[in-house]
Design a protein around this ligand. Structure first.
Ligand code: ATP
Ligand code: MG
Length: 255
């Protein structure tokens, strides 16, 4: 076994990165894939989404990236079988500055993952909303990128910049990086704008836009405050069902 490493990235804030990674990782674990989720965002939303404090001083991603601790020694079990979590520690917010003068600073995460890739089927990385050194580390370590795109008016503008960044990373740091898919999030079926944006995005980006669409759903919005993925909080809600469809589609794309 050698893990497929997946970065969930979009430098735009609040587009559904964390919600997507938390639920996709949960669904993968539920179908029996050994899964690791890495919280690479100093905000720690993926950690708190599983009920772990995002302000605790427990060692986490920071120590692993800097090689101060082995990932195996601090990874946490979640209440979901097959799903482990590397929590974000608040000191992660300083790591970009600390790394900036170090050599090969884009490769730290890749290096930290080398020793665990044989233990998992999937390693998902929740990126912060910026194209800084943390996201660069994720995209350098990853085989695939999954891009959540919110169905709103300016969705495509930020995306062009992200696509240019991906092209540059493929040329310079990681030729293997491929787009697994772009997933439309917070789709509001009652809104003409949502429909319009979805149509535009599909026209502009074609094949890479996934068929599964994540609706705006109140159960999804509620679930983090209970420290649970939506899939555990209410597996039957529209949002959870959409995430299950998404994961089925993603797995089909890998066959
Ligand atoms: P950031 O850039 O800050 O890391 P993000 O891209 O990770 O944000 P999320 O945290 O997943 O985005 O989502 C932003 C907010 O929208 C959260 O409060 C989340 O609960 C809510 N949200 C995400 N997806 C949905 C959805 N499908 N329906 C309703 N609310 C949603
Ligand atoms: Mg997030």
């Amino acid at each position: 076994m050698s893990a497929t490493i997946v970065a969930i990235a979009n430098q735009k804030g609040g587009v559904g990165k964390t919600t997507t990674v938390v639920n996709v990782a949960t669904a993968m674990a539920a179908v029996g894939k050994k899964t690791l989720l890495i919280d690479l965002d100093p905000q720690g939303n993926a950690s708190s989404g599983f009920g772990f404090s995002s302000v605790s001083s427990a060692p986490g991603t920071y120590q692993v990236i800097l090689g101060e601790m082995a990932l195996e020694s601090i990874v946490q079990n979640t209440e979901i079988p097959n799903l482990s979590l590397l929590t974000a520690s608040p000191d992660l917010s300083a790591i970009e500055l600390e790394m900036v003068l170090l050599e090969r600073r884009e490769y730290f995460l890749q290096k930290a993952l080398e020793s665990v890739v044989t233990r998992y089927d999937f390693i998902f990385i929740d990126c912060p909303p910026a194209l800084g050194l943390l996201t660069l580390n994720a995209l350098t370590a990853a085989h695939k990128i999954l891009i959540p795109l919110q169905c709103e008016y300016y969705a495509l503008e930020g995306l062009s910049q992200l696509l240019r960044t991906i092209t540059r990373i493929k040329q310079k740091l990681n030729p293997e990086l491929a787009i697994w898919g772009i997933v439309l999030t917070m789709f509001d079926a009652r809104s003409a704008l949502s429909e319009h944006v979805a149509k535009d995005v599909r026209q502009f980006l074609g094949e890479s836009v996934l068929d599964a669409v994540i609706p705006r759903n109140v159960r999804i919005a509620e679930s983090p405050s209970h420290g649970k993925p939506a899939l555990l909080y209410d597996v039957d809600c529209q949002g959870s069902r959409a995430y299950i469809k998404l994961v089925a589609e993603l797995l089909r794309k890998m066959e």
